[in-house]
Ligand binder design. Structure first.
Ligand code: SF4
Ligand code: SF4
Ligand code: FES
Length: 267
């Protein structure tokens, strides 16, 4: 007998709805089916459901969304058979740190705008050797390649508690990975470290590693991008103890205001 699975999908149309709400759907279940397959089935029942996807194979990063509160790629997240018997259907919603354009589609404009501050373009050097070849050490190539695995899915943004409160101020893990991809490239000659400090407030990161834990590309964001860039910023700026303390104080203050607002239902 064929099985079905129930899922709860967040619906939100800014032209009609004051706030998002969950709608329950029941779709046929098949072994190895993914969350994206279930959403395509839902679209057959209700073509107004907005879902962003492209490759269907974990390459483009466009279909990141929350499943039971965790940011994942819908095309890579399998629906196990056990979900058919769940009393409480899984909840699928857009990434919550961004504004929602419609249903499961989040607006990443803030990230692209912020990225412009960090000179996200390659500035190449002339070859060093007389023979016209570039010298690249194996370790440098590995580091740069790891950062270039980023598929801009924004899962790391969605779990970052600093961004939840200081979206405008903090560069965010994805943008730090982007900067690191240039900084680690042995042919790039631009220095973006100061920008990460002054424009991106990199010291706001308190290295919780939540971003690394959800990255579908397995990028070690904290250890291989954020910590080295922080260290670089400190060694370039010299020892400054006052600024980080003041920023930390601001962070605690904003955290308190955010949680007070949450307590009285204002966020
Ligand atoms: S390690 Fe830093 S960037 Fe990553 S989630 Fe934590 S605070 Fe955010
Ligand atoms: S660093 Fe990882 S989680 Fe963040 S946007 Fe890139 S691929 Fe996605
Ligand atoms: S659709 Fe491209 S990563 Fe999922």
């Amino acid at each position: 007998m064929s099985q079905t699975v129930r899922i709860k999908v967040s619906r939100y149309d800014p032209d009609q709805d004051d706030e998002p709400y969950f709608e329950e759907y029941e779709v046929p279940w098949e072994p190895h089916m993914k969350v994206l397959d279930a959403l395509k089935q839902v679209q057959k029942q209700d073509p107004t459901l907005a879902v962003r996807w492209n490759c269907g194979e974990g390459v483009c990063g466009s279909d990141a969304m929350r499943v039971d509160g965790k940011p994942v790629l819908a095309c890579k997240t399998e629906i196990p058979e056990a979900w058919c018997d769940r009393d409480t259907p899984p909840r699928i919603e857009a990434l919550q740190v961004f504004p929602t354009i419609k249903d499961l589609v989040a607006d990443y404009e803030e990230v692209w705008e912020k990225e412009k501050k960090f000179k996200p373009h390659f500035e190449g050097a002339e070859p060093k050797g007389e023979d016209g070849f570039y010298e690249m050490k194996e370790r440098e190539v590995e580091q740069a390649q790891q950062m270039r695995k980023c598929i801009n899915c924004m899962a790391c943004y969605d779990v970052c508690h600093v961004l939840r409160q200081q979206m405008k101020q903090y560069a965010g893990p994805r943008n730090i990975v982007k900067v690191a991809s240039f900084e680690y490239h042995p042919k790039d000659i631009e220095n973006r470290t100061e920008l990460l400090d002054t424009e991106g407030n990199i010291d706001l990161c308190n290295v919780t590693r939540c971003c690394s834990n959800v990255c579908p590309q397995g990028i070690n964001i904290t250890t291989d991008a954020i910590i080295p860039q922080k260290e670089h910023a400190v060694s370039e700026a010299g020892w400054d103890i006052i600024t980080p303390i003041m920023r930390k104080q601001l962070q605690v203050q904003e955290w308190l205001i955010y949680n007070l607002k949450k307590l009285v239902g204002r966020v």
